[in-house]
Design a protein around this ligand. Structure first.
Ligand SMILES: Cc1cc2nc3c(=O)[nH]c(=O)nc-3n(C[C@H](O)[C@H](O)[C@H](O)COP(=O)(O)OP(=O)(O)OC[C@H]3O[C@@H](n4cnc5c(N)ncnc54)[C@H](O)[C@@H]3O)c2cc1C
Length: 433
């Protein structure tokens, strides 16, 4: 009997098999965290892309500009005993049978971790039009590099995080850049108008043209046509209008899906089905800290969440479930209470137009906004307070505000608004006793 056959017969196996669907940041971190936390059973990482697992943030930065060839994770998968199955698409899951369907055939599991990330939203009607690009994968970045190297005229659709970073790189490469945004300002989905107002100037300052309130009617080869009839010549069009959890393949699985099609996970990152966890961009989780369910499409969440999921998997021990018996599931296993609930202070950064932009926390419209500094200056911050307690901080070129703010949010600190509004006072010195 081969090793594989033995591994697939429950009576012959002594350790549970963990299979991770999706070999991006969250999938890779889950596999590594399992080993760090002492899990010794088989771990298989399945990824649709043919490349060795890689990091995405450099794609819109160094990789795009040709300053880095690629961004593969520096991890010895073989040494860690993590089996990689690359170029293999997961197409469905039968949770009753504990089996995944993949392009290479069925794959049995004892514990499944969903880590399929997110996929970019396509511009309606642009499918198959030559010269239209998305920016999510290494292949996308490789296709865009020659566009930048040739200094082509580019139209970017969407002034969000990806649009801003791509525009930054394209300007650095000497491209003529026009950014088309349907809302009346950049980052309209992420930040309030008064905070994004100064950011509009960053585009112009870099030499990019920002057209707000501009809807795309259609994309033609060589041009973008706006709803008001204007035609923008474009050697290439880059679409950055958002991303959605890549969960289409779970439609008939019985695994509950929630906001934006994200996998609904609990505070242990368990899904509605036994022995199935979800991490990273594809998952949503309840935040007791913010009193709402969060879907976080940022790198730090794909680093932290896997540690929680791996802790729960590792602490259930190694033996596979007997036929018909369930392990895990929505109920906490013995001792699970010792693992803190997943309730992070979300964090992300963006590098755009020569600025380092960082955000920690989560704000709501009703929160009180407090400026630290003048947005006309190169460095400034904004705090959001809820009932006097720091809920979120945005820092532009003020990493100390971010670092201190993040810790204060974690601690639930109340701030003296007068001192917190004075950029010469360190944020930590504005805490009320
Ligand atoms: C260009 C770019 C720049 C970014 N820059 C920043 C930044 O500066 N700061 C920041 O905080 N965040 C940034 N992010 C966000 C960050 O990279 C993501 O939050 C992070 O990659 C999420 O990791 P993930 O593993 O959940 O998802 P992903 O990285 O999307 O990985 C999921 C993997 O699963 C695979 N997959 C999907 N479906 C299937 C399937 N059915 N079968 C098999 N495999 C499948 C995908 O091919 C993919 O490789 C950036 C993202 C992009 C795209």
């Amino acid at each position: 009997m081969s090793e594989q056959q033995r591994a697939e017969r429950p009576d012959e196996r002594t350790e549970r098999r963990v299979v991770i669907a999706g070999a991006g940041m969250a999938g890779v971190q889950t596999a590594v965290a399992l080993r760090e936390q002492g899990f010794t059973g088989p771990v298989t990482l399945i990824g649709a892309e043919p490349h060795r697992p890689y990091d995405r943030p450099p794609l819109s930065k160094a990789v795009l500009l040709g300053k880095a060839e690629e961004s593969a994770f520096d991890i010895d998968f073989e040494g860690l005993g993590i089996a990689l199955r690359l170029g293999c698409e997961v197409t469905g899951v039968r949770t009753g049978a504990h089996e995944l369907d993949t392009s290479a055939g069925p794959v049995p599991y004892d514990v499944l971790v969903l880590a399929t990330g997110a996929e970019p939203v396509a511009l309606p009607g642009s499918d198959g039009v030559p010269g239209v690009h998305l920016l999510r994968t290494l292949d996308d970045a490789a296709r865009l590099r020659p566009v930048l190297a040739a200094g082509h005229a580019v139209v970017v659709v969407g002034a969000g995080w990806i649009g801003a970073e791509f525009a930054t790189a394209a300007r650095a490469a000497g491209c003529a850049v026009t950014v088309v945004e349907a809302a009346d300002r950049p980052l309209a989905g992420a930040l309030p108008a008064e905070v994004t107002a100064p950011m509009a100037a960053w585009y112009e300052e870099s030499g990019a043209r920002l057209l707000t309130g501009a809807r795309v009617a259609r994309v033609e080869p060589g041009a973008v046509v706006l709803a008001d009839g204007r035609t923008l010549p474009a050697d290439a069009v880059v679409v950055g209008i958002g991303a959605r959890p890549a969960t289409g393949w779970l439609a008939d699985s019985g695994i509950a899906l929630g906001p934006e099609g994200s996998v609904t996970a609990d505070a242990a990152l368990r899904t509605s089905q036994p022995d199935v966890y979800a991490v990273g961009d594809c998952a949503s989780f309840p935040s007791a800290r913010y009193g709402t369910r969060l879907v976080v499409h940022h790198w730090d969440n794909a680093l932290q969440g896997p540690r929680t999921a791996a802790a729960h998997i590792a602490e259930q021990g190694g033996a596979p479930a007997a036929d018909g018996a369930e392990q895990g599931g929505a109920q906490a296993a013995d001792g699970a209470a010792e693992i803190p609930p997943y309730d992070p202070v979300p964090y992300f950064w963006s590098e755009q137009f020569g600025r380092f932009v960082q955000y920690a926390g989560h704000h709501a419209d009703a929160d009180t906004l407090l400026w630290r500094g003048d947005p006309a200056d190169p460095a400034w911050s904004v705090c959001w307070l809820r009932g006097g307690v720091l809920a979120a901080v945005l820092a532009v070129g003020r990493p100390r505000d971010l670092a201190q703010g993040r810790r204060l949010i974690e601690a639930g600190a109340r701030l003296d608004t007068e001192r917190a509004g004075d950029p010469s006072v360190p944020l930590k010195s504005a805490v009320l006793p």
